[in-house]
Design a protein around this ligand. Structure first.
Ligand SMILES: Nc1ncnc2c1ncn2[C@@H]1O[C@H](COP(=O)(O)OP(=O)(O)OP(=O)(O)O)[C@@H](O)[C@H]1O
Ligand SMILES: [Mg+2]
Length: 338
């Protein structure tokens, strides 16, 4: 495994700036997740590291070597593509064995068999190994594509939303499995997703990207607790962080520059209060949790309902805030002074 460094990397497609001046260092053995919405430049970043796309500016180093002008084959990366890209006429087994059979690697067939079986079992596709790729479901194809990368021992794994076409249960299982495999192999992984739960649970560090630029890099906890701005803050947390003007709720000792309050469930305390102007407008039952929608004048708050509370639609509540985040009028978080 190896460290990967991007220095001032940019890439435009005609008038679209897909990636802008990206500086990023992924440590040897690190699981780094880039989190961003659709069109943010996630796939482009991976394609640049893989060498499938050529950077307009900047440098890319893998394992200390300047790879900026090197072709993909020289870069020793294993890529799991967003759209699974299996050889349709081959079985799942042969698809997974394929990289190990390349003339450059020439691995013994017994070694290949052990490796493919082991990874297939981790990915729960052992029973489908003899199926042709065309006779797999989308989620199975995606697991074979992940497996094809994991049988290798590259400098770095590049993974483009590899769990997105799986059902929720399998996604949760494979998330845990992937994290375990990564620890076991000591693998360096650059993983991109728009899914905040994947980012929070898989990453050693999360890089949040917006319009091709890295806006914050830190541990999941840092990014969650100390987001630089409202953009980062609203990407993490479920239900999403409530952003309301600073005068919409009473604040203790707020700095004068506070323009916006960022309140997550853990910052919100509700008590019944018939005289209050805040009303429970809707209760959304999601199965494992309930979301309370609260009307607060012209503003709305969404928070998790305490499972034991008997609050009902139409009830009036007082909203108290406990150490919410505060942002200035440019949307930047105001750091706590303590
Ligand atoms: N080959 C291309 N030609 C022109 N524009 C492109 C090309 N590939 C990507 N783009 C543009 O570059 C920007 C970043 O695209 P990219 O595929 O990296 O986004 P993404 O973060 O992976 O999004 P998604 O979550 O939808 O996969 C987008 O505006 C996209 O339209
Ligand atoms: Mg993409």
């Amino acid at each position: 495994m190896a460290e990967v460094i991007l220095q001032g990397v940019s890439k435009s497609y005609r008038d679209t700036r897909a990636v802008t001046d990206m500086d990023l260092a992924i440590a040897d053995g690190e699981f780094l997740v880039l989190l961003g919405p659709t069109g943010a430049g996630k796939t482009t970043t991976l394609r640049l590291v893989a060498g499938i796309e050529k950077a307009d500016a900047g440098r890319i180093l893998i394992g200390g070597e300047d790879m900026t002008s090197e072709p993909p084959a020289a870069r020793d990366v294993a890529f799991v593509f967003q759209q699974y890209s299996l050889y349709p006429h081959m079985t799942a087994y042969d698809n997974m064995a394929f990289p190990l059979r390349s003339p450059a690697r020439r691995t013994n067939e017994n070694v290949i068999r052990d490796k493919v079986r082991k990874i297939a079992s981790l990915l729960r596709i052992e029973h489908k190994l003899e199926n042709k790729a065309t006779r797999l479901s989308g989620g199975e194809m995606q697991r074979v594509a992940i497996g094809r990368a994991l049988v290798r021992d590259p400098s770095v794994y590049l993974m483009d939303e590899p769990l997105s076409s799986l059902d929720a249960k399998l996604r949760t299982e494979l998330r845990l499995e992937l994290k375990r495999i990564q620890r076991e192999l000591g693998a360096t992984i650059l993983y991109v997703t728009h899914d905040q739960i994947e980012a929070m649970t898989l990453a050693d560090r999360i890089g949040v990207i917006r319009d091709g630029s890295l806006v914050q890099l830190g541990t999941p906890r840092e990014v969650y607790e100390r987001p630089h701005d409202t953009y980062v803050a609203s990407r993490l947390g479920s239900p999403a962080m409530n952003l309301v003007p600073a005068d919409a709720l009473p604040l203790d000792a707020a700095p004068a520059s506070a323009a916006t309050i960022g309140a997550r469930t853990e910052h919100i305390e509700l008590t019944r209060d018939h005289g209050s102007g805040a009303t429970i407008e809707r209760i959304e039952h999601l199965g494992d949790q309930n979301h309370l929608h609260i009307a607060l004048g012209e503003h709305k708050l969404v928070t998790l309902a305490d499972p034991l509370s008997d609050l009902a639609v139409g009830d009036r509540v007082a909203v108290r805030l406990q150490d919410p985040l505060l942002f200035d009028n440019a949307g930047r978080r105001i750091a706590e002074t303590a």
